[in-house]
Design a protein around this ligand. Structure first.
Ligand code: CA
Length: 239
């Protein structure tokens, strides 16, 4: 087994009102070479985030003062490059969808294991830098859809589509092979991590929000669900 890459003192901000979970997270992160700060309310969390510009924010959705989704929205607008991971005790999928829509990159359902959380953070942080192949890549054209990896932009006709990082990567994975079925496993490995520990529900949630963002156009690209297999971005039909 390969050694986990060094975390290089990356700054994590935990926003969590539960004492046991907050303390456990902070101690666990510190023991793994992260700088960890802990805020017990949304208000303190937002203030600390502004002050310290953390690389990662672990955000509980059920906070005593401000709704966690609203905190996610404000964090995203203030810290566009931070990794935001929602921690939710709510089993309701709606909260996860709304949280991801508000700008979170990922979520973990409580109770979760610290090892899983750390693996997830490493996977995300490893993926952050833009690779050379991406900066050199030619834009991908599928009908009216243009996916520009170098600029990290998505255009539909002359309209720019604002996509979250995971939605963008998911679209890249499909648009790189238009008309070809891509398996769930391939998408999970490519967009998340080859050692993904969590549920693949995150794929369905991200796919749903990607479709929603692409759906506003008159002739949106079609993504077909292949039940039990994966997805396929359809080639444009000839006029
Ligand atoms: Ca809570």
């Amino acid at each position: 087994m390969s050694r986990p890459p060094s975390t290089g003192g990356q700054r994590v901000l935990v926003i969590e009102d539960d004492d046991t979970i907050g303390r456990h997270l902070q101690a666990g992160l510190r023991a793994n070479a992260y700088e960890a700060a802990w805020a017990r309310t949304g208000g303190t969390g937002l203030a600390l985030a502004q002050e310290s510009c953390p690389d990662v924010i672990l955000l509980d959705l059920g906070l005593p003062d401000i709704d966690g989704v609203e905190v996610a929205r404000r964090l995203r607008s203030e810290l566009p490059n931070a990794l935001i991971v929602i921690l939710t005790a709510r089993s309701d999928e709606i909260d996860v969808v709304v949280g991801l829509d508000a700008g979170a990159d990922d979520y973990l359902a409580k109770p979760f294991n610290l090892t899983v959380l750390l693996a997830r953070l490493r996977a995300h942080l490893r993926r952050r830098p833009v690779s050379e192949t991406e900066t050199d890549a030619e834009p991908i054209h599928v009908g009216d859809l243009v996916v520009d990896l170098a600029a990290r932009r998505c255009l539909l006709g002359d309209r720019e589509i604002d996509l979250r990082p995971k939605e963008f990567e998911l679209l890249v994975a499909l648009a790189s092979h238009p008309g070809v079925a891509v398996t769930r496993e391939d998408l999970m490995a490519r967009v998340w991590d080859e050692n993904w520990f969590g549920s693949t529900k995150t794929l369905d949630v991200t796919m749903a929000s990607l479709r929603k963002r692409l759906a506003h156009d008159v002739a949106p690209p079609r993504i077909t669900t292949l039940r039990g297999h994966g997805y396929r971005l359809e080639l444009p039909t000839k006029p």
